[in-house]
Each structure stands twice: as structure tokens, then as C-alpha cells.
Write a protein that binds this ligand. Structure first.
Ligand code: NCW
Length: 448
């Protein structure tokens, strides 16, 4: 038997995002976001679901905080909805929006839970999208003004800030692949969006430093691990391009202030240029206090001429998959974070999301027996211990997600929660995975 145990000061948390849980889409002066528009566009979200009600956390946040307290976490990662704070993207500040987050933050602190706040988890004010969204550099200034309002309101109470959630999704998934809002399919546009979000990140870090606030700030990238299907050089190169698009394209600017040059050349070969202005790279590469990593999956990639952006294709080699079709590959977490540490040095790392989508139902005994999710967490916790034992500065872990919630283009059909949400009654039911994590936290580890 081996004991998996975590350091005493290891941060345990869960994560959510505003549009996915809050509902109350038109209450207390909230403006519309690109997700309100997208979800209402026929064919974009499974079953035509929207976040209008979601988990109704706008009204039920106290219940959510009680669940967190009972779980025993020391931190809760959630995001602030920009359109609640500045409904039209620029201009007037909505005090009622700030009041909501003040209640949440105060409630968490009273429960002994540190808030970790994401400033941008995808709900761009629609009014800004109407002017070009993240393709328009003026959106960066608008974001800075929003961040300043939030920092000034909560900077004394919130000690952990994340500028952007998953810039790859904000840019390429939403503007090239087109499955998330605003749903464009233009590679140059997506490249511009990625760059402008990165610049906005850097400027937000500068702003935060200038305010002399007592906390830490970083950003969260979604990383995965593409392994070459064979050792043939063309497969090795194909996997390298695939990793570079998802990982280095975002990590290298953030942590080294440059783009991976072989990828810049690859994009140039397709007629795509990054719209870099003087000073941008230095701004993006501002030192940050930690890097957040969302990790879910990995797999094998091989060369295939004229396939996709990178002459590559993913190959199935027998991994188990979750209900959303993502491979379960826990060792890939170890591989990608070991690589990150080797490549970028000793920056503290937080796993800001990790979790599994499974097909859950409330059983006759009233419980939710999500055995596959429990197994997923158990296996990923083991990899966390390997990383810590290897000297990788892994400081914390946030399970995605506290609640089943609006899973973007997949609507409510795909559940990631450790707490089940009944979308008819909005009743919350902790699943077996909730009790598993509760036990790991209270006992500081588990036996395997
Ligand atoms: S969709 C996505 N997720 C899930 C979401 O609920 C959360 O808000 C995100 O931070 C769980 O974690 C992140 N990530 C996008 C993954 C890429 C999907 C690739 C689709 C290719 C067509």
C-alpha cells in the first residue's frame, strides 16, 4: 500500500464560472454578454439551452458556500461577469452587480474560504462584440477599466486573481473552430483575439502592481498533452505542432515574452501574421506570481498531409473516455507539468481546473454514484503527488466543478459537478466524488 499525501499548506478548491452557474441574466442591471446572444442563436447550443437560469447561484450562493464549507476546501475559484459590473462594456458602473460579488466574497471569507477570482471567463459584454470584440484593440482598454473597478472594490479582500480563463478557447475555439461564442471561423481573427487577450492580461498585471494590493495575480491556460503516435520524425513533428498550438502559443508569451518562432513561421506560411505592436511582447511577459493550468486530457497525434491546421490527426490508442469524449490520461498531467517546470522554471503552479464529465443520475437511494469521476480524481491526485515529489512547485488544485452547470455549447446535457444540480428544482445533491474529495482533504491524502 502507498500513502498519497499532500503538504499541509496545499490549496484545495473547486471552480465555477459566472455564466455557467449564476442565471439571473437580466436582473439588477446586468447587461447582455456574447453568450446570451450565442445561446439564443438556433443550432449553437445542444437542446437550445441558455444560461438564463443555470444553477441560479445568483440567488442560491449561500447554499453553494455552505456546500464548499462542508467539503472542507480552503479556496473557491469563481469568475466575475463583466456585464454585471459594466453592463455596456464601457461607461457606467452597476453598483448592484458589485453588491452581488461583495456578498459572495464576504460569505466565503466568513466561512473561512479564500476567494480566487477570474476576471474573464468568456462573458464579454455584447456591446463590445458589436464593435469588434477582442479583434478590436479598444477592448483592451475597456477590460482595463473593468479590472480597475473590480480591483478597487475587492482588492483588499481577494488575494488571488486570474486575469483570463483559457485564452486558447477565447481565441481559437471561439473564433476559428467556431463552436463557442461569438462563433467565427477565421484564423487571422482568432490569432488577433489571442494576441489582444494576452496584451490585456499583461496590462492588467501592470495595473494590479500599480495599485499595490496585497495579493497574487496570474493567468490560466488550458494545457493538454499530444504524444507522437510513433517515433517517426513526421509524427514527432506533428505532435510537437499540436502541443505548441495549445500550450506554447500561450505559455511562451506569458512566461518568456515571445511566441514560439517555428509556429510563427508555420502560421506565416498560411498567410497569418500576429498583430504585434511595439512593446506588446514586453507587456505580455510581465512577471506573474503563478501560472494556472486547466488540465483534462491528452492523447496521440500523427502526421497526416493536409489534415487540419497542422497536417496532423489525433489517433485513438485505447484510452478510456469520459461522457464528453475526452481521453482519460492522468500520466499526461504529470508529463505536461513536468515539461512546464523544466521549460519555464520555478513559477508556482495551480491546477485551476481538472475534472470529468460523466452521465450522472440521482439513484433510488438518493445518492449520485459517479464512480468514473471518483476514479478520475483519484488517478489525477496520484499524479499530483508524483509532481510534488519531483519538486514541481504545484501549490494547489481546484476541482471542476463544484456544481453541474451550463456546459457551454453542450448545454445542460454534460455534467462536470461534484454536486448534482436538478435543473427542474435547482436542488443540489452531493455526489460520491464530493464525499471522496472531502475525505482526501480532511485526511490529507489517501491510500492506494
Ligand atoms: S469547454 C472547456 N471547459 C469546460 C468548461 O466548463 C470550463 O468553463 C472550461 O474552463 C471544462 O473546463 C473548460 N474547455 C474547452 C476544451 C476544448 C474543447 C475542444 C473542442 C474541439 C472542437
Amino acid at each position: 500500500m502507498t500513502r498519497i499525501s499532500f503538504p499541509k499548506d496545499f490549496v484545495w478548491g473547486t471552480a465555477t464560472a459566472s455564466y455557467q452557474i449564476e442565471g439571473a441574466y437580466d436582473e439588477d442591471g446586468r447587461g447582455l454578454s456574447i453568450w446570451d446572444t450565442f445561446a439564443r442563436t438556433p443550432g449553437k447550443v445542444v437542446n437550445g439551452d441558455t444560461g438564463d437560469v443555470a444553477c441560479d447561484s445568483y440567488h442560491r450562493y449561500e447554499e453553494d458556500i455552505a456546500l464548499l464549507k462542508q467539503l472542507g476546501v480552503s479556496s473557491y475559484r469563481f469568475s466575475i461577469a463583466w456585464p454585471r459590473i459594466i453592463p455596456q462594456g464601457t461607461g457606467e458602473v452597476n453598483e448592484k452587480g458589485l453588491d452581488y460579488y461583495r456578498r459572495v466574497i464576504d460569505g466565503l471569507i466568513a466561512a473561512g474560504i479564500e476567494p480566487a477570482v477570474t476576471l474573464y471567463h468568456w462573458d464579454l459584454p455584447q456591446a463590445l462584440q458589436d464593435k469588434g470584440g477582442w479583434d478590436n484593440r479598444e477592448t483592451i482598454d475597456a477590460f482595463l477599466a473593468y479590472a480597475e473597478v473590480v480591483f478597487k472594490a475587492f482588492g483588499d479582500k481577494v488575494k488571488s486573481w486570474i486575469t483570463f480563463n483559457e485564452t486558447w478557447c477565447v481565441s481559437f475555439l471561439s473564433n476559428f473552430i467556431g463552436v463557442h461564442a461569438p462563433g467565427h471561423t477565421d484564423l487571422q481573427l482568432a490569432t488577433n483575439v489571442a494576441h489582444h487577450c494576452l496584451v490585456a492580461h499583461g496590462r492588467t498585471v501592470q495595473l494590479y502592481r500599480s495599485l499595490n494590493l496585497p495579493g497574487q495575480i496570474g493567468t490560466t491556460h488550458n494545457l493538454s498533452w499530444s504524444e507522437p503516435y510513433t517515433t517517426r520524425p513526421e509524427d514527432v513533428e506533428a505532435a510537437r505542432r499540436s502541443r505548441a498550438w495549445g500550450n506554447e502559443w500561450f505559455l511562451e508569451p506569458t512566461l518568456k515574452g515571445s511566441y514560439p518562432s517555428f509556429m510563427v513561421d508555420w502560421f506565416r506560411g498560411k498567410g497569418i501574421e500576429v498583430p504585434i505592436l511595439e512593446g506588446d511582447m514586453e507587456t505580455i511577459g510581465q512577471p506573474i506570481d503563478f501560472i494556472g493550468v486547466n488540465f483534462y486530457t491528452g492523447g496521440c497525434t500523427r502526421y497526416k498531409k493536409d489534415s487540419g491546421l497542422f497536417d496532423s490527426e489525433d489517433v485513438q490508442v485505447g484510452f478510456d473516455q469520459t461522457f464528453i469524449g475526452w481521453n482519460v490520461y492522468p500520466e499526461a498531467l504529470y508529463k505536461v507539468l513536468s515539461w512546464l517546470h523544466e521549460e519555464y522554471g520555478d513559477i508556482p503552479i495551480y491546477i485551476t481546473e481538472n475534472g470529468a464529465c460523466t452521465d450522472d443520475h440521482v439513484a433510488e437511494d438518493g445518492g449520485v454514484h459517479d464512480a468514473q469521476r471518483v476514479d478520475y480524481y483519484r488517478k489525477h491526485f496520484i499524479q499530483c503527488q508524483r509532481l510534488i515529489d519531483s519538486g514541481v512547485p504545484l501549490k494547489g488544485y481546484y476541482a471542476w466543478s463544484l456544481l453541474d452547470n451550463f456546459e457551454w455549447a453542450e448545454g445542460y446535457a454534460k455534467r462536470f459537478g461534484i454536486v448534482h444540480t436538478d435543473y427542474e428544482t435547482l436542488e443540489r445533491t452531493p455526489k460520491d466524488s464530493y464525499y471522496f474529495i472531502q475525505k482526501v482533504i480532511s485526511e490529507g491524502g489517501f491510500d492506494v
